[in-house]
Design a protein around this ligand. Structure first.
Ligand code: BDR
Ligand code: CA
Length: 314
C-alpha cells in the first residue's frame, strides 16, 4: 500500500525538489500540499505550490495556511537563499491550479480524520499549521500515522545562527508543541541534511532528462547553488528532500531516540535540545513527553543513488 502524505511547505527551492521527489516515488501518495509562510510569504508559497501541482499534472490539492508564527508577526523572508519568489526568481506562468476554499489547518484535520492511521504529515517549513491543527483538533494526534519533519539540529550547530535551524527559528513555540505532543515524530534535521550535498555535476546528470520537471529543477537550483557557493559550499544542502528519502528508505538513516524541547525565547530561540543523557535528572522539562526519532547520521551515497534512481526512473 502506498504511504499517504501531506506535505506542509513554504516552497522554497529544496521544498520544490522534495515535492517533485515525492511525486515520482512509486510508494508515496501525495494527498495534498498545505502552505505556510517561511521562505516566502504564504501568498507566494501558495502560488508556488499551485505551480508545482500544475507540473505534477494538476491533481494535487493545495490549501493555503498561516501567514505568521503563533505568537508574533513575521519580519523576514530569506530572499538571498531562495530568491524573492522562492523559486530562484525564474519566471513562472500563472498556475492553472487554484487553492482550495478550505484552509490548510482544516484540510489537515479533515484528511487525517477521514483516513485514520494512514496519513503521515511531512512539514518542511515552519510548524505553525501543524501546531494550529493540533490545537483545533487534538484528536488528530492519535489518528496520524506519524509526523516526519525537516528541521532542527540535535548534534550540530544551527544554520541561521549557532543555535537555530531556520524552520525551528521561524516558529519555535509551534515546534515545541509538535515535539511535546503525544504522537510519533521523526526529526530530519541538519545532523543529516548538512552531510548530503548535491553538486552541480550530480544535479545536471540527474535532471538532464529534457522533461518539464527536469528543466524546472535545473533552473531553480542555480540560485540555490549560488547561495551555497557564497557560503563556501560547493553544492546544495539537501534539506527537505531528506524527509522523502526517509519515508522511502528509512534504513539509510541512523536513528537516536530522545525527548526534545525547543527553546522559544532569547538568543537561543529555535534551539532543539534532545535529552541524550543516560543518567536521570532530578527534574526536567524533558520528562513526561514522548521520545522523538532523530536522524543523526545518513549513508550519503545510498541517499544520492536513491534520489537519482527515482528522479530518472532507473
Ligand atoms: C530549511 O529552511 C528552508 O530554507 C529550507 O526550505 C528548509 O526547509 C532548512 O533549514
Ligand atoms: Ca522548506
Amino acid at each position: 500500500m502506498k504511504k499517504k502524505i501531506i506535505i506542509d511547505t513554504d516552497p522554497g527551492i529544496d521544498d520544490a525538489m522534495a515535492i517533485l521527489f515525492a511525486h515520482f516515488a512509486a510508494d508515496i501518495e501525495l494527498v495534498g500540499l498545505t502552505t505556510v509562510f517561511g521562505n516566502v510569504s504564504v501568498e507566494q508559497a501558495t502560488i508556488n505550490a499551485c505551480y508545482l501541482s500544475d507540473l505534477m499534472g494538476g491533481n494535487i490539492p493545495v490549501a493555503a495556511g498561516s501567514d505568521h508564527p503563533l505568537n508574533r508577526k513575521n519580519d523576514r523572508y530569506p530572499d538571498w537563499v531562495h530568491g524573492k519568489n522562492g523559486l530562484g526568481d525564474i519566471t513562472l506562468n500563472t498556475p492553472q491550479t487554484k487553492a482550495l476554499e478550505t484552509d490548510a489547518v482544516d484540510f489537515i484535520i479533515e484528511q487525517v480524520l477521514q483516513n485514520p492511521g494512514e496519513i503521515t504529515l511531512v512539514p518542511i517549513g515552519p510548524l505553525t499549521n501543524i501546531a494550529r491543527a493540533l490545537e483545533k483538533a487534538p484528536e488528530i494526534a492519535s489518528k496520524v500515522k506519524g509526523v516526519v519533519l525537516m528541521g532542527g539540529a540535535a548534534t550540530v550547530n544551527g544554520n541561521v545562527n549557532p543555535a537555530a535551524e531556520a524552520n525551528m527559528l521561524s516558529d519555535p513555540l509551534a515546534a515545541d508543541r509538535i515535539f511535546t505532543a503525544d504522537w510519533p515524530v521523526t526529526m530530519v534535521g541538519l545532523d543529516v541534511t548538512h552531510q548530503i550535498i548535491m553538486d552541480e555535476m550530480y544535479l545536471k546528470r540527474v535532471h538532464q532528462s529534457g522533461t518539464n520537471i527536469g528543466n524546472f529543477i535545473t533552473k531553480i537550483s542555480q540560485f540555490y547553488l549560488e547561495f551555497h557557493r557564497s557560503t563556501g559550499t560547493d553544492g546544495l544542502y539537501t534539506h527537505d528532500p531528506s524527509t522523502i528519502a526517509y519515508l522511502i528508505k528509512p534504513d539509510i538513516f541512523t536513528i537516536e531516540s530522545g525527548t526534545i524541547r525547543v527553546c522559544t525565547e532569547g538568543i537561543t530561540a529555535g534551539l532543539t535540545i534532545m535529552n541524550r543523557s543516560r543518567k536521570p535528572y532530578q527534574q526536567t522539562a524533558w520528562d513526561g513527553i514522548p521520545k522523538s526519532d532523530v536522524c543523526i547520521d545518513v549513508d550519503v551515497d545510498a541517499f544520492l543513488d536513491l534520489y537519482a534512481s527515482i528522479m530518472t526512473g532507473h
